[in-house]
Write a protein that binds this ligand. Sequence first.
Ligand code: CAA
Length: 391
Amino acid sequence: MTIAGIEALGLAVPPFTLPLTALAAARGVEPAKFTEGLGLGSMAVAPPHEDTVTLAVRAARDALQGIDPNSIGLLIVGTETAVDHSKPVAAFVHGLLGLPSACRSFETKHACFGATAGLMNALDWIRAGSANGKKALIIASDIARYGLGSSGEPTQGAGAVALLISTENLLVAFEERISGSFTKDVADFWRPLDSKDALVDGQLSQTAYLQALEGAWRDYQAKAGRDVRTDDFAAMAYHVPYGKMAVKAHKHLRGLEGDADGRASYAEKVAPGLELPKQIGNVYTGSLYLALASTLLSHPADLTGQSLSLFSYGSGSCAELFVGRVAAGAQARVRAKPWSALLAAQTVLDVPAYEALFKARDAQDVARPRVGTPGPWFAGEDARYRRYVEG
Ligand code: CAA
């Protein structure tokens, strides 16, 4: 039986960051609401020369180190920050990466679930034999925006996570061909076509997330044909719109098992996955995979051969719960990635500077000079066509 999984992970963040304590002070909010109440630290801030394409390309280059681009036969970009109603982010990314023309490429959308839809597609493509020995590149890339002064503002962020999917040299293997699914048409979070900011019913979004988690969990149990328990997993990665949501999610599952407190289990299985999200914020489609990367980076135990669960939630809504097994050497390989240097190199903004960048994005389709960040940057439109320049 073909076993497909994640061969490599790549990460990209924009060059700026804002500490949430600074935002709390500017908004007249008790800092503990953001740090303890929501479990936040900092949020990455994207300047106007940065978009879903540039973030995706940098994350992909990180994942593809030492990989022949000609080995890629499928490219899927999951995003809810599209740059065009017709042309997919994947097409721009394909060109900038110099991938072979013998490659299928497209974009997937279902709020934060988009990249997981891509991952499921890639796993099935490989397992069915359609890959013909080629690898898939799945990229989650987003800029989360709710609006200045809105209740969602502290839960913004920006970044991309790339997953190289194949059958060799795996970090995480997806041996099972089952996953738990849940869909419900719900008005918890959306972004109208003419708006750069998302609209959200914050309280409904939290209950919708928990309902979807329980639904996907029960569907996974039904498909597995056994009473799956949280203790079956050494680690559990959740979609992380903000850290406290993952705390609530794990508490909910533990509650179903009669552990109303759940804190000890959370500290062991979930907390290591929240380190990167706490520094970067919500990256929408990439948030689950940021939690996965963070788990491999920060979990104190040797996870070799251990099972970990992944829960993906996209508002609107669609959710999926699936299970992977950590391969030998995976944690060391992830710890060798240059991600702490990437985060340390971010410029720390004050609130006026963050607000200026935020407002500048409202006119993001005009040319902007690049600031920092090597790699491609968005240089404005030419005859209404987006231009990217390597810097
Ligand atoms: N010290 C410590 N804690 C404090 C505090 C203080 N001084 N003041 C408040 N808190 C706590 C509150 O008790 C609350 O904790 P609990 O939820 O455990 O009760 C927490 O801080 C938040 O307080 P509020 O609920 O009053 O916060 P809010 O109304 O300002 O909004 C939010 C919070 C709904 C998450 C809002 O930020 C939001 O809408 N964010 C965007 C939507 C979102 O991320 N939803 C998550 C599920 S949807 C999803 O996952 C998809 C996605 O990516 C968007």
